[in-house]
Design a protein around this ligand. Structure first.
Ligand code: 3PG
Length: 334
């Protein structure tokens, strides 16, 4: 049974029952893809195929520079696919027809879940769909760091180094798999993941963040941005890392206590910070830590054709399945 039924108000002008029925039938669901950082074209083609195949209309808003553009585009959308785009109360207020928003990706800290619930909008993510891409970038950043940002001097190798994976979710597991290929010793800490899941992946479980940072030459962050994790990667924690430690962040900038990390990196000139999410204090990091700091100009972790295809098409399929069958499997605002 389809999830929706349409309720039409009494027509003001004369309209036959048949015509009204026809109007209902031809109402085409509008699925809006609103991506400030667009998907690869091949992924958009795949999304279009799913959406149009279901008989819906696809609308695209890419590279928008002004929130008003999003507010306008969302006004008559029934469903919305986003990436890191902010969906707050203002967007939800403007989206009068919206039934579902799917974050094509893992982290949904960009959606105001309470507001979505208040607006009776289902919010979903597409867990795991872009995690290999993010993991590959994390390993790339590790190589870049230990080879001294490719400055021509002798660096070190990843082989034999201890890698600490902070949170063992979909990305963390892919990082472990690839790091093992490099010959790294892999450790992980995740308060919500049982030891058995780590040992099954040949990863040594540790039981506190402190132990992870104390043990590992390189720590790779894969924690979500939540009230609990915000600013949790701080001076004292990172300060536990051994000499020459490298912190790699492909998670979220909000988890870093930037001023604490800056103070630490001033004290500890051996430490490096590589991030895929430009800090608020990027200019300061850049000036103070030349050769020890790198930030991508725009978040690149999930920016591969494969990840765009996987996450984008999964989002489109989840929308169709929700509209047609009421499937809420990936709902995050239950
Ligand atoms: C995610 O949470 O899925 C990643 O951070 C990717 O984000 P992006 O789609 O904005 O690149």
């Amino acid at each position: 049974m389809p999830y929706f039924s349409f309720h039409h108000s009494e027509p003001t002008r004369k309209k036959t029952a048949q015509a009204e029925f026809f109007t209902t039938l031809v109402h085409k669901m509008k699925i809006l893809v609103a991506t400030e950082k667009p998907f690869a074209k091949v992924a958009v083609d795949g999304i279009r195929e799913v959406v149009e195949g279901a008989g819906y209309t696809l609308a695209l808003l890419e590279k928008y520079t002004d929130k008003q553009q999003l507010l306008d585009a969302v006004a008559d959308a029934d469903a919305l696919i986003i990436r890191s785009d902010i969906v707050d109360a203002a967007v939800l207020d403007a989206a009068k027809q919206l039934k579902i928003v799917v974050r094509a990706g893992a982290g949904y800290d960009n959606i105001d879940l309470e507001a979505a619930t208040a607006h009776q909008v289902v919010a979903m993510n597409t867990p795991g769909q872009n995690s290999n891409a993010v993991a590959e970038l994390a390993l790339g950043m590790m190589v870049y760091a230990v080879r001294n940002l490719y400055n021509g001097t002798s660096g070190t190798e990843l082989k034999g180094k201890k890698l600490g994976i902070h949170a063992f979710g979909n990305v963390g597991r892919n990082v472990a798999r690839i790091a093992q290929g490099f010959g790294m010793e892999v450790y992980a800490y995740d308060a919500y993941c049982p030891d058995e899941a780590m040992t099954a992946a040949h990863v040594t479980p540790l039981h506190s963040a402190e132990e992870l940072y104390k043990t590992c030459d390189i720590v790779s962050l894969h924690i979500p941005a939540t009230a609990e994790t915000k600013n949790s990667i701080n001076h004292d924690l990172v300060g536990l890392m051994p000499k020459g430690g490298v912190l790699v962040n492909t998670a979220r900038k909000e988890v870093i206590d930037e001023e604490g990390l800056i103070a630490l990196m001033q004290e500890r000139t051996d430490l490096k910070y590589m991030t895929d999410i430009m800090p608020v204090a990027d200019a300061k990091f850049r000036t103070l830590f030349e050769g020890r700091y790198f930030a991508t100009p725009k978040k690149m972790g999930a920016q591969t054709a494969e990840a765009n295809i996987n996450a984008g098409i999964a989002a489109a399929k989840q929308i169709v399945d929700f509209i047609q069958n009421g499937n809420t499997r990936f709902q995050v605002n239950k």
